[in-house]
Design a binder for this molecule. Structure first.
Ligand code: ASP
Ligand code: MG
Length: 418
C-alpha cells in the first residue's frame, strides 16, 4: 500500500482539490491512504481565532466568519448546493461555535488544539466528498482515534504501541473497500481530547501511518519539483536532488530546511520505507527519493537560511570561567523554557547560543538566566547553514554582512550574521 500526503498549499482552492483528484486517479488499482492538511492558510487563521477567543477581542466572530466563508466558497465551486458535505462541514464548524460561547478554559494549548484541529477535520470532509463524487471511492477516517498521543497539547507525543494497534486493526479493512482519507497533524488522548503534533506536522502523520501499515512508500506532494539545495524563495539557481539518503535529509531538516517536517524521516528509516517528494503540478515527474544506502551527489552545496534569529551571550556575573557546571545549568534553563539551540559557541568567559526568536518563551528564558548570569542579546539576525560547502560559497553568501559567529565542521559551516 501507498501513503500520500497533500499539504495546505496543494488544497488551497477548488482547483487544488480537482488536481488532487487527478493525481490519485492514477492509483485506482492500488491501496492508498491519503493524508490531508488544512486548506491554504487555515491553520494560521484558526490560530488567530484562538488568540482572539482567549483574549476576548471584538473581531473573534469576524475571524471565524472569514474561515467559514473561505471553505464555503470553495465548496460551492465543487458541489451542488444540496450535497451532504455542506451539512457535514457545518456540523464540524459548529464545534467551534459551542466552544467560543463558553468562558475559555485556562490551558491555552488545550484550547488551541480543540479549535485549530477543525481545519483538518473540514478539509478532509471536503476532499473525501469530492473524491467520492468523482467516483474515487474512499472512506473518511478520524485520525484522532488512530494516532494516540499523550496530553502534551500542541506537541502531542505519539504513543506508538497503541497507535500501531489501532491503525493496523482498522485501516487495512477500509483499504479493501477503496482509498482512505484522513487528517494530518491530529492525534487524540486517552480521554478523547484532540491533540496536534506541532506545526506542519502532517508529514509526520503520513510517516506514522506508513510505518504502522508497512507501506511501500510515502509521497509528499509539494509546490516544488522535489527537495532542492536551497529555498527558491531566498536563493536563485537552485538544483533538485534526484536522490538523498535518510541521514542527509535528517541533517537538512535538523538545520532548518522546511521542505519536510523533521520528525518525518526517522520512523520511515527504522523500517526502510522510501520517502518521495514530488510536485503536485506534475504527478509523473520523478521528484526526489529519500532512502537508505544512497550516496548523494552534491553538485551544489545545501544552503539553509533561518531568519528571525537571536544570539544570546551568557557570562558569569563575577567574570569567572564558564565551566561544565555553568554549562549544564544554562542548558537546563534552555530546555525548561523549550528553546532549541540552533548553533552555539563557548569561550573562556562566555557562552553564545543562537535561537529562534519566540516572544512568549524568550522573555521567560532571559529572566531565568539573568538571575545568575550577565546576559546580552542581539535580535533580527540570520543563521546560514551550508553543507558540503566549497571555499568560496561562504564568502559569496555573506559578502557585505556583519558576521557575529562562525562555526565549521568537515561537512557543515554555520554563520550568524546581521
Ligand atoms: N495544518 C497544519 C499546519 O499548517 C499541519 C500541516 O500543514 O502540516 O501547521
Ligand atoms: Mg501546512
Amino acid at each position: 500500500m501507498l501513503v500520500f500526503k497533500f499539504g495546505g498549499a496543494s488544497v488551497k482552492d477548488a482547483d487544488g482539490i480537482i488536481n488532487l483528484a487527478r493525481v490519485v486517479d492514477g492509483y485506482k488499482q492500488q491501496q492508498l491512504l491519503i493524508v490531508v492538511s488544512a486548506m491554504g492558510k487555515t491553520t494560521n487563521a484558526l490560530e488567530a481565532l484562538t488568540r482572539a477567543y482567549v483574549d476576548g477581542t471584538q473581531n473573534m466572530h469576524a475571524l471565524f466568519e472569514d474561515i467559514k466563508q473561505y471553505h464555503y466558497n470553495i465548496m460551492s465551486e465543487l458541489f451542488e448546493a444540496s450535497h451532504q458535505v455542506f451539512d457535514d462541514v457545518a456540523n464540524t464548524f459548529v464545534e467551534i461555535d459551542w466552544m467560543i460561547e463558553e468562558e475559555p478554559h485556562d490551558d491555552y494549548d488545550f484550547i488551541y488544539d480543540q479549535i485549530v484541529s477543525i481545519g483538518e477535520l473540514v478539509s478532509t470532509r471536503i476532499v473525501s466528498a469530492f473524491l467520492n463524487l468523482k467516483e474515487l471511492k474512499n472512506q473518511w477516517a478520524d485520525a484522532r482515534g488512530l494516532v494516540h498521543t499523550d496530553n502534551t497539547y500542541r506537541e502531542g507525543k505519539v504513543i506508538w504501541d497503541k497507535t500501531r494497534e489501532s491503525i493496523s486493526k482498522s485501516i487495512p479493512q477500509l483499504l479493501d473497500k477503496g482509498f482512505v482519507v484522513t487528517q494530518g497533524f491530529l492525534g487524540g488522548t486517552s480521554e478523547n481530547f484532540t491533540t496536534t503534533l506541532g506545526r506542519e506536522g502532517s508529514d509526520y502523520t503520513a510517516s506514522i501511518f506508513a510505518s504502522c501499515l508497512h507501506a511501500e512508500s510515502v509521497t509528499i506532494w509539494k509546490d516544488v519539483p522535489g527537495v532542492l539545495n536551497a529555498d527558491p524563495k531566498h536563493f536563485a539557481d537552485t538544483v533538485k536532488f534526484d536522490e538523498l539518503s535518510y541521514n542527509e535529509a535528517i541533517e537538512m531538516t535538523f538545520y532548518g530546511a522546511t521542505v519536510i517536517h523533521p520528525k518525518t524521516i526517522k520512523p520511515l528509516q527504522n523500517v526502510n520505507i522510501p520517502l518521495l517528494v514530488k510536485p503536485f503540478t506534475d504527478p509523473d515527474a520523478t521528484g526526489t527519493i529519500i532512502a537508505e544506502n544512497i550516496i548523494p551527489v552534491f553538485k551544489k552545496p545545501v544552503i539553509i537560511l533561518k531568519q528571525q534569529q537571536t544570539l544570546v551571550s551568557i557570562s558569569a556575573k563575577d567574570y569567572s570561567f564558564i565551566g561544565e557546571n555553568h554549562l549544564s545549568d544554562i542548558f537546563g534553563r534552555f530546555a525548561a523554557n523549550q528553546i532549541k539551540i540552533n548553533t552555539m559557541q563557548n569561550s573562556a568567559l562566555s557562552f553564545s547560543a543562537c535561537v529562534d526568536h519566540k516572544e512568549e518563551w524568550f522573555d521567560r528564558l532571559i529572566a531565568a538566566l539573568s538571575y545568575n548570569y550577565r546576559v546580552r542579546y542581539n535580535t533580527g539576525l540570520s543563521l546560514l547553514t551550508v553543507r558540503h560547502y566549497g571555499e568560496n560559497t561562504l564568502k559569496e553568501l555573506t559578502s557585505g554582512k556583519t558576521v557575529l559567529l562562525e562555526q565549521f565542521s568537515r561537512n557543515t559551516a554555520q554563520v550568524v550574521y546581521k
